[in-house]
Design a protein around this ligand. Structure first.
Ligand code: ATP
Ligand code: MG
Length: 425
């Protein structure tokens, strides 16, 4: 890796965040510069205005360069969106040996081969022609019928079989994201795109959580990125195209105010659990474009928020329900991302899923230098990108290795109803 430098570029729907860091021999990472700029031109993980995104990327990278006094090199960025797909494929190879009845020794090359065999087996299926492989995650290995082998390197066998969970992204959104970075005047290697879910998990989950079973949800501005971990590996990823921006938009509609005022009210007074809010507290709300300001109760604000949060969770549940058994997700739910800062969101998630819910901030114990603001759920992706890349680099160097009821488009009507109930009461 160039001068041991890593630039983590988190291109989100609400913010672009950058960390420039240097890897040290003791596995720690020294953060030399960071930046956070509001993003524009990207919605639900997808580039909608290439010039606008590239301007934000340029500003964020330049600010981080200024803070660190270094050039942003070795850029790694996150990717998400509804185009993310995944599938499980089987790979199988024979292990060569000196005699036909003697099992051969399995090398790292054999492991790479069998993983590639599984990944390519899916890639050739119909429907994946315009998709590119982002990650291939072996679930387990089987050597001559012995299953649950964690690391087959140096073991002996005639045949090596694996199941690989393969994650794809469509080529078009990837190309457009790469173009934003190039238009900003920087280079990105096509292999340097990391699925947002994977980056986030590296920052916030412990090995115990991965092993015992966890549903991780990164609730940002545009998407809920859901990951299911069991037995230490990533089993499933899902994307729900709805998050904090939808809450803000509901408030703007419901309170008849601007998006910026709704965003302020959400962060300052918002609570995802309306029943816990004092019904007598009034909030001054700005009118739109010079119209008179008016007052609304904090209870109404929280009611609108809770309604959208439940809608969002219902979509998450719809995605998850066929692929997890709550009893097997022993560690429960972990929430991160900017919207995890919303007061009492964990309480609403906990009661909706009937599972223990924790809000997670990135683990910054491996970081030195300018770590100040990073102990915050909104920084999970950027910190996770650093850990992910540092781990890849080490591998290379060592060369081993009551939901479901609310339906989507009814939200507008229900917000109107809530507002009506409150204003006519
Ligand atoms: N204190 C807070 N209370 C409620 N919401 C908050 C708070 N702080 C931030 N948010 C919300 O978090 C969202 C931004 O989160 P984040 O920075 O993780 O998003 P992003 O990474 O840019 O978006 P995405 O990951 O969806 O592409 C915004 O909708 C913002 O309003
Ligand atoms: Mg994000």
């Amino acid at each position: 890796m160039k001068n041991n430098m890593i630039t983590a570029l988190d291109i989100g729907s609400s913010f672009v965040r950058v960390l420039i860091a240097k890897t040290a021999k003791d596995n720690s990472l020294e953060v030399l510069g960071s930046s956070e700029v509001p993003s524009s031109g990207i919605e639900k993980g997808i580039v909608k205005d290439i010039e606008a995104v590239s301007e934000c990327v340029k500003k964020a990278l330049q600010e981080a360069e200024k803070a660190s006094g270094l050039k942003a090199v070795n850029i790694f960025t996150n990717i998400t969106g509804e185009h993310i797909r995944s599938n499980v494929g089987d790979g199988r190879i024979s292990i060569p040996s000196e005699s036909p009845n003697e099992p051969g020794e399995i090398s790292q090359d054999h492991v790479d081969q069998v993983i590639n065999d599984a990944k390519n087996g899916i890639k050739i299926l119909k429907g994946y022609e315009r998709a590119t492989i982002l990650h291939g995650i072996p679930q387990s290995f089987v050597i001559d019928g012995q299953d649950d082998i964690h690391n087959p390197v140096k073991m002996n066998g005639f045949h090596l079989i694996t199941k690989v969970y393969t994650i794809f992204g469509d080529i078009t959104p990837l190309r457009n994201l790469a173009k934003c970075i190039e238009l900003a005047g920087y280079d990105i290697d096509p292999d340097n795109f990391v699925l947002n879910h994977i980056a986030v998990s590296e920052a916030v989950l412990t090995e115990d959580e991965k092993r015992l079973g966890t549903v991780l949800i990164d609730i940002g501005g545009g998407t809920c990125d859901i990951s299911l971990f069991r037995k230490g590996v990533l089993e499933k990823v899902m994307v729900v195209p709805m998050a904090g921006s939808a809450i803000t938009e509901d408030l703007a509609i419901g309170l008849k105010t601007t998006i910026s005022s709704a965003e302020y009210i959400k962060k300052e007074y918002g609570n995802a659990y309306a029943a816990s809010v004092d019904p007598n507290v009034e909030i001054e709300v700005d009118g739109i474009s010079g119209r008179e300001s008016h007052s609304r109760t904090q209870y109404l604000v929280s009611h609108v928020i809770q309604h959208r949060v439940e809608e969002m969770l219902s979509l998450c549940y719809d995605k998850l329900k066929n692929c997890y058994t709550p009893e097997l997700v022993t560690a429960g739910i972990v929430l991160t991302g900017g919207t995890a800062r919303l007061q009492q969101i964990d309480r609403v998630v906990e009661s909706a899923f009937n599972m223990h819910t924790k809000i997670a901030r990135p683990n910054v114990s491996r970081l030195t230098g300018l770590v100040g603001s990073l102990d915050d759920p909104a920084w999970a992706t950027a910190v996770g990108l650093l850990y992910h890349v540092a781990a890849l680099d080490r591998e290379l160097k060592t060369s081993s290795f009551s939901l479901g009821k609310i339906k989507n488009n009814k939200i507008f009507d229900s917000i109107k109803k809530i507002i009506k109930d409150f204003t006519t009461a």
